[in-house]
Design a protein around this ligand. Structure first.
Ligand code: ADP
Ligand code: ASP
Ligand code: MG
Length: 415
C-alpha cells in the first residue's frame, strides 16, 4: 500500500491512513506500506537547499529532502501502534533499498526483502519511507520527484506482493486530470503501455518510472483514493483503476474508446535556432552537446531548407534545463553555425494517448481540426505508435485539453 503526500498531510490524515492499513491486515493480508512526505514538505526542503547555496551538493540535497519521508514513516508506525497493530519503520538504508550513485535521480538496483518478509509473516506491518535509498558508497539517495510510486512498486516486486495499491487524492486514473476537466471519466482499466505513455507526457498521478518497473516486474498496480469513510469496504472491492496487460484488457472492455486519455505538460521549453546550415552533420552538432549533458530533447522539427542552404531547427527541452541548454548551444555556436537562438517558455505540450490508435487512422487529424476550430495554433508535433503530441501556447492549455476531451467523445455523460 502506498500513500501520497496529500494523504499523509498532518496527523489527522495519518491516523486515517493507519485505519485503512489496519483494515487490510484485519482482512487477512500481510502488508507493507510505503509513504510520501507530507504535501508541500519536499518543496520546502528543496527550497532550503537552494537558499543555502544555489549550487548545492546533490549528495547533501538528498540527505535533506529524504527527511520528509523519514518523518511520515515514523508517524504512521506510531499511529498504527495506537490502533494495537504491530508496526515498525525501515528507512531506505536500513532495509536496504540499494540504488545507483546518481544523487537526486537515483535508480533502484535491488531491495533486500528477506528480513521484511520474515517480519511480515509474523504479523508486523512494515512502514517504508518512499523516495529514498542508499548508494553503494553508503550515502543517502533519492529517486527524483514523485519517486515514492517507484519505491512502492519496487517493494511490491521484492516481496512478491499480490498487488500494489497506490492510494492518492483522486479515486483512480481519469481520461484527463479531473482537476482541469470536470467531465473527466474514471477509467476502470488502463494498460501498462498506455499508463506509461500518459505518465511520461504529464499525467503525474503515477511517476513514469514506477509504471515501467511494474510492467517489467509484472506487478499488479491499482490506483485508488485514500479519502474514504471508515466504513467503506476494504480495497479488494473498491473500484479504483487497475493497470492491466493488453491481453487482460481484450477480455474485459469491449466498448473501449479509441483514445484512452489526454495529458498536458507545462514543464517544457522551446528553442529555435535560425539559419542552421542545411547539410549532413548539422543536427548532430546541435544535439550532441545536449545529449552529453544528459538533457532530454523531446519534440524536434527541422524546417524546409531556405535558399542559401540554410534552415531553422526547433526543439523542446525540460524547462528546468533551458538555461543550461542555451549555454551549451552558445558554446557550440561556431561548430553548429546558427544565426540566432530563440527561447520560449510560454508553451505547453498536449498529448492524446490510446492503444486504439495502432489500428485506426484519423486520430491526429481530429486533434488538429479540433484545435484549429478554436483558433489554437500548433507549433510542433510529435507522434508514437499510441500517442500524438502537439506544442501550443501555454495560455491555451486548459482550453485545448477540454476541447480535445469533447472531440474524442471522452466527456462523462451527466447523471
Ligand atoms: P500523490 O501525492 O498521492 O502522489 P500526486 O499529486 O502525485 O499525488 O498525483 C495525483 C494527482 O494527479 C491528482 O490530484 C490529479 O490532479 C493529477 N492527475 C493528472 N492527470 C491525472 C489523470 N489522468 N487521472 C487522475 N489524476 C491525474
Ligand atoms: N515526496 C517526494 C516528492 O514530493 C516523493 C513523492 O511524494 O513521491 O517528490
Ligand atoms: Mg505522486
Amino acid at each position: 500500500m502506498k500513500f501520497g503526500g496529500t494523504s499523509m498531510a498532518g496527523t489527522e490524515r495519518i491516523r486515517r491512513v493507519a485505519r485503512i492499513v489496519k483494515r487490510q491486515q484485519d482482512a487477512g493480508h500481510e502488508v507493507a506500506v510505503v509513504v510520501s512526505a507530507m504535501a508541500g514538505e519536499t518543496d520546502r526542503l528543496v527550497n532550503f537547499c537552494r537558499e543555502a547555496n544555489p549550487l548545492y551538493d546533490p549528495a547533501e540535497y538528498d540527505v535533506v529532502v529524504a527527511s520528509g519521508e523519514q518523518v511520515t514513516s515514523g508517524l504512521l508506525a506510531i499511529a498504527l501502534q495506537a490502533l494495537g497493530a504491530n508496526a515498525r519503520s525501515w528507512l531506505g538504508w536500513q532495509l536496504p533499498i540499494r540504488t545507483v550513485e546518481a544523487h537526486a535521480k537515483a535508480r533502484i538496483d535491488s531491495i533486500d526483502a528477506d528480513a521484511l518478509i520474515a517480519e511480515m509473516q509474523k504479523g508486523v506491518i512494515a512502514v517504508i519511507p518512499g523516495f529514498q535509498g542508499v548508494s553503494e558508497a553508503g550515502r543517502v539517495t533519492t529517486l527524483g520527484r514523485g519517486g515514492s510510486d517507484t519505491s512502492a512498486v519496487a517493494v511490491a516486486a521484492a516481496v512478491k506482493a499480490d498487488r500494489c495499491d497506490i492510494y492518492t487524492d483522486v479515486d483512480g486514473v481519469y481520461t484527463t486530470d479531473p482537476r482541469i476537466v470536470a467531465k473527466a471519466r474514471k477509467l476502470a482499466n488502463v494498460t501498462y503501455e498506455e499508463m506509461l505513455e500518459l505518465a511520461s507526457v504529464g499525467a503525474k498521478v503515477l511517476q513514469t518510472r514506477s509504471v515501467g518497473l511494474a510492467m517489467k516486474e509484472g506487478v499488479r498496480v491499482q490506483v485508488l483514493s485514500s479519502f474514504i469513510d471508515d466504513d467503506a469496504p476494504a480495497a479488494d472491492t473498491i473500484p479504483g483503476t487497475m493497470i492491466v496487460s493488453d491481453e487482460e484488457l481484450e477480455g474485459m472492455d469491449m466498448e473501449r474508446q479509441l483514445i484512452t486519455g489526454i495529458a498536458h505538460d507545462k514543464n517544457e521549453a522551446k528553442i529555435t535556432l535560425t539559419r542552421v546550415p542545411d547539410k549532413p552533420g548539422a543536427v548532430a552538432n546541435i544535439f550532441g552537446p545536449l545529449a552529453e549533458a544528459a538533457i532530454n530533447v523531446d519534440m524536434i522539427i527541422q524546417n524546409v531548407g531556405r535558399d542559401k542552404g540554410e534552415t531553422d531547427v526547433t526543439f523542446t527541452v525540460p524547462a528546468a534545463d533551458l538555461a543550461r541548454s542555451m549555454d551549451l548551444l552558445e558554446q557550440a555556436k561556431e561548430s553548429i553555425g546558427f544565426n540566432r537562438i530563440i527561447p520560449d517558455t510560454n508553451v505547453a505540450k498536449i498529448s492524446v494517448v490510446g492503444v486504439g490508435m495502432k489500428s485506426h487512422a484519423g486520430v491526429a487529424s481530429t486533434m488538429f481540426k479540433a484545435l484549429a476550430d478554436r483558433g489554437v495554433n500548433i507549433q510542433a508535433i510529435s507522434t508514437s505508435e499510441i500517442k500524438v503530441s502537439v506544442l501550443i501556447e501555454e495560455d491555451y492549455t486548459e482550453l485545448a485539453v477540454r476541447v480535445l476531451h469533447t472531440a474524442y467523445g471522452l466527456d462523462a455523460v451527466e447523471a
